[in-house]
Design a protein around this ligand. Structure first.
Ligand code: LLP
Length: 455
C-alpha cells in the first residue's frame, strides 16, 4: 500500500502523523479519533492556487466547507487566503464566528429557507449562488427590503455525466440542483436577475459531482457553460464576468485510485474557455472553483481500537473496532472503499484477510470488507486513511454513540479542534415532559422475570 506523503512509519513500526505517534494520540485523546494533518491541508490550499493561477488570469478558490466544517478549519483556509463555500445557515454561522470576512463567502443550497436568505443578506455574503427561480424571487424581495445589493451567480444544470457514484453526481438533467439550460429555466433566471433592483448578476456556476477522477467531464461541462455565457451576451448584451466551476476533484482512497493533476485540469479547462472567448468575442472571465475533498480528504486519518475478533472458519474473520457507520456513513451510502493498517504494528507483514466491522447494531456496519493485515488482537490500533472529507461533517449519533474528537497535528503538536462528545452532551437537548415522570413514578414493577433458575 502506498501511504500518503505525510504519513510515516517509525523504525519501531508505529504510524506517525504530523510528528505524532498513533499510540500517544490514542492514549491522550481516546479512540475513535479523527486526526487531520495540518500541513497537508495547508499545502493543498497553496497547490491549488498555484496550479490554477498558472492558467487563469483571475482565480478565486473557495473551500467547500461541507467536506469538513469547524471553526479551526474555517480559520485555516482563511489564513491560506482561500474563500469559503457554505451551504447552510449552520455553516455560514460557523464561518462568521471563525472570523471569515463575509465578502469571501459563497452561499449555496438548493432549498435555502427564508431565515437563511435573510441571514446571508444581513451578513453580506460575497455571492449568493441561486439554485432555482423561487429562491431568486425571494432573494430579490429580501434584498429590496434590506436595501442591500446582493451579488448573484446562477447555478446551471449542465446536463453532463460525471463518472462517479450516482448519489454524488449532480450535473444530470434529472437533478434537484441548478437551473436547466435546455428547458429555458436558466435563461429565465438571468432575465429576472437583470430586472431585479438590488440583484447584481456576476456569473454562473456549475458543480457536476464529487470524487471525479477524470478531467473530461469538466471539459464538456465548461463548454456548455461557455456556450451559455455566449448566449446571455447575445440575448441581453450582458457579459457574465464570473464562471464558477464548482468542486469535485477526486482524491486517492486506495492505492489504485489515480486522481488527475490540477495542472492538467487547469490547462484543459482554460483551453476551452480561451477558445470560447475567442469565438464568441467574450472577455476571459474570473474563474472560481470550490474544492472540498481535495483539501481535506487525504489529510484525515481515523484511529480505532480493536475490541474483539470473530473468526468464522472458512467464511470470514471480523476485526471489530470502536466506531463505524456513525462516524463513517460513506461505506453504507456510497459503497466507499478504504485502506487501513495496524497502526501500532505497521511494519509487520499482512498475513490474513479480514473485514473491519464497526460496533453499530447493523449487519451492514462494515468499514472495510477485505483488507490484508497482520493478525490483530484486542487493544491493537487500526488506522483508516483518507477520512478527512465527509466523515466528521456527515457523522451522527446512531445507537447513541458520542461523536469522536477531531485533532489537528503538526510538527509533534496535537490540538483538539472538536471535543469528543460525552454522554452528558448526548442528553443536553433531551427534555423529559413532567407528565412522563409522573407515570414513571407509579409503575415501579420490575419488567424482567425474577433472576435465578427456578428449575
Ligand atoms: N460545490 C458544490 C456546489 C457542492 O455541492 C460540492 C459538494 C462541492 C463544491 C465540493 O465538492 P468536493 O470538491 O468536495 O467533491 N457526501 C459525498 C460528497 C457530496 C458532495 C456534495 N457537494 C461523499 O462523501 O462522497
Amino acid at each position: 500500500m502506498e501511504l500518503h506523503r505525510h504519513i510515516q512509519i517509525t523504525d519501531d513500526g508505529e504510524l506517525e502523523i504530523g510528528g505524532c505517534r498513533a499510540t500517544r494520540l490514542a492514549r491522550d485523546f481516546g479512540t475513535p479519533l479523527h486526526i487531520m494533518d495540518e500541513m497537508t491541508m495547508r499545502s493543498k490550499c497553496s497547490e491549488i492556487k498555484r496550479s490554477l493561477s498558472k492558467h487563469f488570469p483571475r482565480v478565486f478558490v473557495a473551500y467547500a466547507s461541507k467536506a469538513f466544517c469547524t471553526l479551526a478549519m474555517c480559520r485555516l483556509v482563511h489564513e491560506e487566503f482561500l474563500g469559503l463555500d457554505v451551504c447552510s445557515g449552520g455553516e455560514l454561522y460557523t464561518a462568521i464566528e471563525a472570523g471569515i470576512p463575509p465578502e469571501n463567502i459563497l452561499f449555496h443550497g438548493n432549498c435555502k429557507t427564508l431565515s437563511e436568505i435573510e441571514m446571508g443578506v444581513r451578513v453580506g455574503v460575497g455571492r449568493f449562488i441561486v439554485d432555482n427561480l423561487d429562491e431568486l424571487d425571494l432573494l430579490s424581495e429580501i434584498s429590496r427590503r434590506f436595501r442591500r445589493r446582493v451579488h448573484v451567480q446562477i447555478r446551471l444544470n449542465p446536463g453532463v455525466e460525471a463518472h462517479t457514484h450516482h448519489y454524488i453526481q449532480t450535473g444530470l438533467i434529472d437533478s434537484k440542483f441548478g437551473l436547466g439550460i435546455t428547458d429555458g429555466q436558466a435563461m429565465k433566471a438571468v432575465e429576472r436577475t437583470l430586472a431585479s433592483e438590488y440583484l447584481v448578476l456576476e456569473g454562473v456556476h456549475i458543480h457536476i459531482g464529487s470524487q471525479i477522477l477524470a478531467v473530461e467531464p469538466y471539459v464538456v461541462a465548461t463548454q456548455v457553460v461557455m456556450d451559455f455565457v455566449g448566449d446571455v451576451k447575445e440575448k441581453f448584451g450582458y457579459s457574465l464576468r464570473e464562471v464558477n466551476l464548482g468542486g469535485g476533484f477526486g482524491v486517492r482512497y486506495k492505492s489504485t485510485d489515480t486522481p488527475f493533476s490540477l495542472d492538467e485540469y487547469a490547462e484543459r479547462v482554460s483551453e476551452v474557455i480561451r477558445e470560447s472567448c475567442h469565438i464568441q468575442r467574450l472577455d476571459f472571465p474570473s474563474i472560481m472553483v470550490e474544492p472540498g475533498r481535495y483539501i481535506v480528504g487525504e489529510a484525515g486519518t481515523t484511529l480505532y481500537t480493536v475490541h474483539a475478533i470473530k473468526d468464522i472458519p472458512g467464511v470470514r474473520k471480523y476485526v471489530m473496532v470502536d466506531g463505524g457507520m456513525s462516524e463513517n456513513p460513506r461505506v453504507t451510502l456510497y459503497q466507499a472503499e478504504y485502506e487501513a493498517i495496524l497502526a501500532n504494528r505497521a511494519l509487520e507483514e499482512p498475513v490474513v484477510t479480514v473485514t473491519i466491522a464497526g460496533k453499530h447494531c447493523e449487519e451492514g456496519d462494515v468499514l472495510i470488507s477485505d483488507v490484508d493485515m497482520p493478525r490483530a488482537n484486542p487493544g491493537d490500533l487500526v488506522a483508516v486513511f483518507t477520512t478527512g472529507a465527509y466523515h466528521y461533517s456527515m457523522s451522527g449519533n446512531y445507537n447513541r454513540y458520542p461523536r469522536p474528537a477531531v485533532i489537528f497535528v503538526r510538527a509533534g503538536l496535537a490540538d483538539v479542534v472538536v471535543e469528543r462528545e460525552s454522554y452528558v452532551n448526548l442528553l443536553a437537548r433531551d427534555r423529559m415532559p413532567a407528565r412522563l415522570m409522573q407515570i414513571g413514578a407509579r409503575s415501579s414493577e420490575p419488567h424482567l422475570p425474577a433472576a435465578g433458575n427456578p428449575g
